[in-house]
Ligand binder design. Structure first.
Ligand code: UD1
Length: 432
């Protein structure tokens, strides 16, 4: 599989030709934000855990390296990841592996649970804003662990983990996951209140239950965990990626086309589909997919407010900005989850978007057509948003730093091309 993932150190960009109306059907595979946590959860049981429907993205082999640094044997073959966990995994994650992948901090909870000790290098900063670990640490401390940040690493130790009542200040996905994965092997009962409710969180709970964990309230904001003394390895199919599916839905609406997405539970994007209907789309949902159609009409402006699930996902905020940039009317977009997530808006402005930001609000006045320009992706979702904008721009847009997009979207170029988009991966240095 790594051979199929673009990971070349050579500079690459996506050349995006505007004007095509997207049409057709696209299949979506497992969610990045689920598979990485499920790989970490495998650490909780000695033996072989197998994950299927995994996305072929760069983050998966990076997470495999993190697990190898902990003593696991990991194979990644097409959509299947097999993790063989030793009886006695190492408690210290390798600095170089962790520094490449922010999500690898999710090994913290499983390691404290399994080894009673975890040493995880602090992941670096992020283009979308600061990502502290205070809630992760506070939760683990409530369970009886001692935690400190020393020499750039989070060090957590616990003689015994004991169930506790934990209230999260904010329904942080990462903190909920780490606390949950520690609590499943703690003595007694843990209650996590104001827990994250994202579908990927539910996927993690389902896999943990298959491994023998006792969790009540799955999918709600109160998770009750009755600790058990051991878990067994399992086989699990990763949930479909709602963010990727929704990205194709935005692309369909922006290009005034019609796209069918398969492999995503449409209820995971109920709110997104409702917003797209307000923008003028007709939608049709089935068991594991949906169709979004614009029939050639220009989308109307709608407002978006990002919030933890079931609110509008912050990961789709760049798509909301891109849609607003070409919609008829003025939209207000409010970002409530990551403080710096509007940074990429300057790149949208290069493409002719009439957008201004002030604090956590953006006001976007839609224009009939954007104009092509060279732009730089600062993170996965900003990159996807810029490509969508490029599809609505006159001329050829070059989107640089595409390794961000490759980290989150499997077969990005192939999928868009199959829908009729003019897009190609081009190797070569930028002209700047
Ligand atoms: C995950 C997703 C990311 C998504 C985000 C919100 C993965 C790999 N990433 O990130 O794509 O955008 O959820 O849906 O699954 N915070 C604190 N202290 C903490 C923890 C978080 O202040 O201890 C803050 C963060 O700075 C941020 C907010 O809480 O402002 C939400 O973060 P969180 O839900 O934890 O996001 P991640 O799990 O990092």
């Amino acid at each position: 599989m790594p051979g199929e993932i673009a990971s070349s150190p050579v500079a690459e960009h996506f050349a995006v030709d505007g004007g095509a109306r997207l049409q057709g059907t696209v299949d979506v595979v497992g969610a990045k934000n689920s598979v990485l946590k499920l790989m970490a959860a495998a650490l909780l049981a000695e033996g072989t855990t197998t994950l299927t429907n995994c996305p072929e993205i760069l983050d998966v082999p990076l997470m495999a390296d993190v697990l190898r640094s902990l003593g696991c044997t990991v194979t990644v073959e097409h959509d299947t990841v097999t993790i063989d966990v030793p009886a006695d995994p190492s408690a210290e994650a390798d600095y170089r592996s962790v520094s490449k992948l922010r999500a690898s901090v999710c090994v913290l909870g499983p390691l404290v649970a399994r080894c009673r000790r975890a040493v995880v290098p602090l992941p670096g900063g992020d283009a979308i804003g600061s990502r502290p670990l205070d809630m992760h640490q506070a939760g683990l401390r409530k369970l009886g662990a001692t935690t400190e940040i020393a020499h750039g690493r989070v060090v957590a130790t616990a003689e015994t983990l004991r169930g506790a009542q934990i209230w999260l200040d904010f329904p942080s996905v990462g903190a909920t996951e780490n606390i949950l994965m520690a609590a499943v092997l703690a003595e007694g009962t843990t209650v996590i209140d104001n827990a994250a409710r994202e579908p990927e969180m539910v996927d993690l709970c389902l896999m943990l239950q298959q491994m023998g964990a006792k969790i009540d309230g799955v999918g709600s904001s109160t998770l009750t965990v009755h600790g058990v003394s051991g878990l067994s390895p399992t086989q699990h199919r990763v949930i479909g990626d709602r963010i990727v599916g929704a990205t194709w839905a935005f692309a369909a609406v922006m290009t005034r086309g019609e796209v069918t997405v398969r492999g995503v539970d449409p209820h995971h994007i109920d709110l997104v589909l409702d917003k797209l209907r307000s923008a003028g789309a007709s939608t049709d949902v089935s068991g594991d997919g949906f169709t979004v159609a614009m029939d050639g009409r220009r989308p109307k402006a709608v407002d978006f407010v990002t919030l933890p699930y079931p609110g509008f996902a912050t990961d789709l905020q760049p798509m909301a900005i891109a849609l607003s940039a070409v919609a008829d009317g003025t939209s207000m977009i409010t970002e409530n989850v990551f403080e710096a997530r509007f940074r990429f808006v300057d790149e949208m402005v290069r493409l002719g978007a009439d957008a201004r930001t002030d604090g956590h609000h953006a006001v976007v006045r839609g224009v009939e057509q954007l104009s092509s320009a060279p732009v730089w992706a600062s993170d996965i979702r900003a990159g996807a948003g810029l490509v969508l904008a490029g599809l609505c721009a006159e001329g050829r847009t070059a989107v640089w730093d595409v390794e961000h997009i490759d980290r989150g979207y499997p077969r990005f170029v192939e999928n868009l091309s199959s829908l009729g988009a003019g897009i190609a991966r081009v190797v070569g240095e930028p002209d700047r």
